[in-house]
Design a protein. Structure first.
Length: 652
């Protein structure tokens, strides 16, 4: 077996060779950018084909335990240059004719990945997948990569995702790739927990609250790991950390004040770091004085300091003193990404290029460390005050997801407030739908992908964050698009944490954008995750219809009411964006409209959760892919129910 070093998940890929199979390959790059799965180039550039092109081709395996459930992933890409009349088209069945996929045509040098969304089983543990040419095909079937994952019953739940991300960032920062082997979940299974890590395994009977059940890091032992440089702020993201051992390394710089804000942290061992400045920050000394934390330096525990007052914060600058909102809110804790106003002037070349304007102020193009950025300057007259600015910074400093716009840095310099984001080359969804950006029309496939990716970002806020977050301002202008039309949710100034202690809502002042605002939230002031679901339903209707949210010239001004009225006529084509010229999957169109109408139900109890929305949208993507590839029998009565859903087991 050969270990492919380019595999980001350090997976081992084995060639599948027998007398019935031969291989074909290409030296060209295969586009994998739109796939959920990180298949290495060395794998996807090679494919298996049947040795006898005229006969059906079978691939089989047997599970060790006949009762085991498994998930199957298949990856396809055309790696041959086809002649004008060549067609490669085939059907896939398994275990005696159960349909898996029909009329599949691999795209030239572009990956297509298919996975069983539900666990599969076989009475005898044997699986036999058969690939058969269709009557149209002139070339035999091919398969580039196959993955099989068996279901393992674990007594413990997964480690909190944010904690895992922080650990991987720490690994990258200190170059631990060759020093520790960290794969899979840090704590589960217990036998294979990460090296140098001790975990706490709470009582599995406690199932009411995810934050209680989730495993957490109890001890992080990185002593003698040859760590150098400053102590990374990623450690502050390990919110459940209890003990931290960084002794016997080569760390330098200051002892960070963020240790004082890690409420569960009980012991820090920094001894044996000769380059480290041993000055203890006042906030950390307070924790030591209260005996809620012990700090070990050079083998000695730092004692409490009695009869000594803790210095207060420095007096506010003149700019801060003028701002009532600033003085009533504590400053942002993390200073890792703080940027001065002079640096903002430099990166924007004195605000040379405007990207957009809004009620908050103006967004400018900038360059920082050879990377493009977007700089949002908060206007002094903006309704978004320091409280919202601070909320967005602190949320984005701790929340990371590929479908949430990333915060590069922030400026909190006197009266000058700015947010520096990653640059999104294609602007926002609204202007793309309206044709303001180069007049391009987003295809149905583009729209489905944008819908599912923005939904995944929102679902992460609801279920992946601790504490969970409600965005409160989901709309098409807050969905930004990358150069390849990947979607990321933006603008978190109105976001609020959501209770996880059994309450279903919080009472708060209503905030949001007219047209997208949940009427139940507006009426009761009760905010819940379903308020975001309502707003996202409006976004889905915009994506499908390309109609304004509110249009007083329509018979039904609000888009929800208008779509509902038009659907009574039973013709889906009457509401689909005419710019698509009929180039869309009708089944997928009905599915997404029905989903959107469920999201905008006046009663929050009747709306789906975002996890369900993501699942349904993934099926819409799969329907469109099948249509584009010519499939006519994707969902026959005896077919395997598959989708590109990330709710399939997290194999990566």
């Amino acid at each position: 077996m050969k270990r492919y070093e380019e595999d980001p998940n350090d997976q081992v890929w084995s060639p599948f060779l027998n007398t019935y199979t031969k291989t074909i390959s290409t030296d060209n790059h295969v586009d994998t950018s739109l796939s959920f799965y990180e298949v290495p180039q060395a794998v996807i550039r090679t494919a298996g084909v049947p040795a006898n092109a005229s006969e059906p081709w079978s691939i089989w395996w047997t599970l060790d335990e006949t009762t085991q459930l498994s998930y199957v992933y298949m990856h396809f890409a055309e790696v041959q240059t086809l002649k004008a009349n060549d067609i490669r088209e085939f059907n896939i069945t398994y275990n005696g004719g159960i349909r898996w996929y029909a009329w599949l045509r691999p795209e030239s040098l572009k990956i297509s990945s298919f996975a069983s969304r539900r666990a599969m089983s076989s009475p005898d543990g044997k699986f036999n997948f058969t690939f058969t040419m269709t009557g149209n095909s002139t070339l035999p079937p091919l398969l580039n990569a196959l993955e099989i994952y068996t279901v393992v019953d674990l007594l413990q739940l997964e480690t909190v995702k944010d904690e895992v991300s922080a650990m991987l960032n720490i690994k990258k920062t200190y170059g631990l790739n060759k020093k520790v082997s960290w794969q899979g979940d840090p704590c589960v299974p217990q036998l294979y927990r990460w090296e140098g890590l001790n975990c706490s395994y709470p009582d599995s009977a406690i199932t009411d609250h995810i934050f209680v059940c989730s495993l957490f890091f109890i001890t992080r032992n990185l002593n003698g790991s040859e760590l150098n440089g400053t102590i990374t702020s990623d450690i502050s993201k390990l919110t459940q950390l209890i003990e931290l051992d960084l002794s016997k390394n080569d760390l330098s710089g200051e002892i960070p004040a963020f240790f004082a804000d890690m409420k569960l942290l009980k012991l820090i061992n920094l001894s044996g770091n000769p380059k480290l400045n041993l000055t203890v920050p006042s906030s950390l000394q307070e924790r030591i004085n209260s005996k809620s934390l012990a700090l070990v330096l050079d083998g000695t525990t730092i004692p409490t300091v009695k009869g000594k007052s803790t210095p207060g914060p420095p007096s506010a600058s003149p700019g801060i003193a003028k701002s009532e909102t600033r003085s009533s809110n504590p400053s942002i804790i993390s200073k890792d990404r703080r940027i001065t106003y002079s640096e903002v002037l430099k990166m924007t070349n004195n605000f040379e290029r405007v990207l957009g304007k809004g009620g908050f102020g103006t967004v400018y193009h900038g360059n920082l460390d050879d990377a493009q950025v977007a700089v949002k300057m908060l206007s002094h007259s903006s309704a978004q005050g320091y409280k919202e600015f601070k909320a967005e910074v602190e949320l984005l400093l701790r929340v990371h997801h590929r479908h949430l716009v990333g915060l590069v840095g922030y400026c909190d310099d006197g009266d000058n407030l700015a947010l520096i984001y990653e640059y999104m080359a294609n602007g926002d969804l609204r202007e793309n739908m309206s044709g303001k950006r180069r007049g391009n029309v987003l295809t149905w496939e583009n729209r489905m992908q944008i819908a599912v990716e923005s939904a995944q970002g929102l679902e992460y806020l609801h279920n992946g964050c601790r504490p969970p977050m409600v965005h409160r301002d989901v709309k098409t202008t807050n969905i930004l698009l990358t150069e390849r039309y990947g979607a990321k949710l933006a603008d978190f100034g109105l976001s609020r944490s959501f209770p996880i202690d059994g309450e279903c809502h919080v009472s708060t002042v209503v905030a949001g954008t007219p047209g997208y605002l949940d009427p139940e939230y507006y009426r009761t002031n009760w905010l819940s995750e379903k308020s975001d679901v309502y707003s996202f339903g409006v976004v889905l209707l915009e994506i499908v219809t390309n109609q304004p949210v509110i249009d007083k010239t329509r018979e039904r001004p609000h888009i929800n009411e208008w779509v509902g009225f038009m659907l009574t006529k039973g013709d889906i084509r009457s509401i689909i964006d005419p710019k698509l010229m009929g180039d869309y999957d009708t089944n997928g169109a009905w599915k997404i409209v029905e989903l959107a109408m469920a999201c905008v139900n006046p009663s929050s109890n009747q709306r789906p959760k975002m996890a369900h929305v993501v699942m349904e949208l993934n099926e819409c993507v799969a329907l469109e892919i099948a249509r584009r590839q010519g499939s006519q029998e994707m969902y026959s009565n005896n077919s395997v129910d598959f989708s590109l859903s990330e709710f399939a087991p997290g194999a990566r």
